[in-house]
Design a protein around this ligand. Sequence first.
Ligand SMILES: *[C@@H]1O[C@H](CO)[C@@H](O)[C@H](O)[C@H]1NC(C)=O
Ligand SMILES: *[C@@H]1O[C@H](CO)[C@@H](O)[C@H](O)[C@H]1NC(C)=O
Length: 482
Amino acid sequence: MARAAAFPPSRSSPTLPLLPLLLLLLREIGAQDVQVRVPPEVRGYLGGTVQLPCHLLPPGPEVRVSQVTWLHVDAAGTSKSVAAFHPSYGPSFRGPKPGEERLSFVTAGQSTGTRQGTEIELRDATLALRGLTVEDEGNYTCEFATFPSGTSRGVTWLRAIAQPQNHAETQEVTLSLEPMPVARCVSEGGRPPARISWVSSLDGEGRQSQMSGPVPGTFTVTSRYTLVPLSRVDGVKVTCKVEHESFEEPILLPVTLSVRYPPEVSISGYDDNWYLGRSEATLSCDVRSKPEPTGYDWSTTAGVFPASAVAQGPQLIIHSVDKLVNTTFICTVTNAVGTGRAEQVVLVRDTPRASPRDVGPVVWGAVGGTLLVLLLLAGGSLAFILLRVRRRRKSPGGGGGGDSSGGGPYDPKTQVFGNGGPVFWTPTAPGPLKPEGKDEEDEEDEEEKAEEGLMLPPPKALEDDMESQLDGSLISRRAIYV
Ligand SMILES: *[C@@H]1O[C@H](CO)[C@@H](O)[C@H](O)[C@H]1NC(C)=O
Ligand SMILES: *[C@@H]1O[C@H](CO)[C@@H](O)[C@H](O)[C@H]1NC(C)=O
């Protein structure tokens, strides 16, 4: 076989003794009229077969090819010949890795055979390389030695690439105020390394690390989506985006985040119209938590639990409202992560409320607009003063986010009032007459509820503080319009 023929170490080898001389001569004549055409870059998959095209132009018979040589320049700049084709002697190879017959000429010598002594018209020197490895990468020079035009060459950059395998998964975490990874996206065995990014409405960041992949020359990239895992992060979908030149389009991998958090509790059902003798009043303990609550506990700040109240899981049913119900109810909820609680101030009236929201203005109007204005002014200033006093009291210990000794951004007030709200805040006086006033309060409540998301079970010191806040609660919106 011609392939087994000894490979000439260089062009000046004894097999072609006249060639250097010939080339010198040709260079003087000028070798502008032939051209070697190669692609500037060829990519092949690691382990696969790749072709390095090389054609001599023009293809006509007026040029005679003495020899074709392929040279490989590796990343270190070392150049060596790997394949040659002689019109009479046929092909000869010395692969990038010795001992491996991974090279072949794709068309040269195929049509007319490679018997010694028969000259072949060499125009297509396309080289095939099987079992591509990282070491095969580099620049390959295809060199045509011709008569009478001389030597022409073209250079192709061969790159070995590998398509990565990708997967993404959630990493369940427990509520924390420190950033931590909540999802992981891995692109394994890519060459070059894949680019990973995250598509999300949350303000997390991808933290990336890279190591070598399972096949030499490949890379495994891992990106961990990291953020502060608050309860609102639970259930949010984020998408890992993997980009690689072997993909036509980026790969999108959706992940649903999972955060375990202690119960976030509020109480509903109090309609500000509980009066002596009213039947079937109910408070409901509304909970968001992960995992599901394991227990509900109802109690009162007074310590005495009214006999007329019956706790049924998240519900507190009062069959008949009596004086003992005139207290603050606490719902404490526990799950595997922790405990949360909410309180509801219940004001028991002697008689049902005469729905002041509707009747009030009419009555007042009958009495006289002047009186109303005066009252509004008086009430407004009172509320303003109270607010100032309250604010001053609030500010020193106020729940600033960075207060680590106080147990984080925890506002005891929210816990005290549950969804009842800190309600003496009535800027333009009789709350019921001014729907805007109510709205503002609701907004405040909403904000507080949002803050509640950050809460961990209250430290002891704060619970004490809550007691003192309770007194303040008696000056409530409800009290004003009774
Ligand atoms: C191949 O050549 C190109 C420019 O011609 C260069 O940018 C590249 O780095 C070379 N590759 C190697 C592996 O030497
Ligand atoms: C409930 O308590 C408040 C004070 O905490 C009091 O003003 C009100 O009269 C009480 N209601 C009843 C029915 O005792």
